[in-house]
Design a protein around this ligand. Sequence first.
Ligand code: ZN
Length: 136
Amino acid sequence: MKAVLDHVGIAVASLEAAVAFYRDALGLEIEVTEEVESQHVRAHFVGVGGPALELLEATSDTSPIARFVDRRGPGLHHITLRVDDLAATLERLRSRGIRLIDEVPRPGAENALVAFVHPASAHGVLVELQQKEHGG
Ligand code: ZN
């Protein structure tokens, strides 16, 4: 099995302030903005050459991102590893007793299927597993 780092998710409290830093101060470009309605999140992908940065903005108070920011403040939220076969990866993790947040793949940003691994089983890091539509 192999996995590729796809992006790093950053929860922001204020998109305006985040844009002032990443775009205006660092000179980076927000390449894609996407609404993930199921998660009440707007994701802004910033190109940095390799894996992207994903600025995550809550669109409602019930968003997991709003809860995260309330509890811990803005900051690093998750890393996303892209795999070829998400269902098989979940099965493999399950068989080893790894705690999963999503037992089955669900639609995520970038037209991909995603599933989250619980940080308790991933050394304190929220790990998102992702399978792009065409396996790439
Ligand atoms: Zn993400």
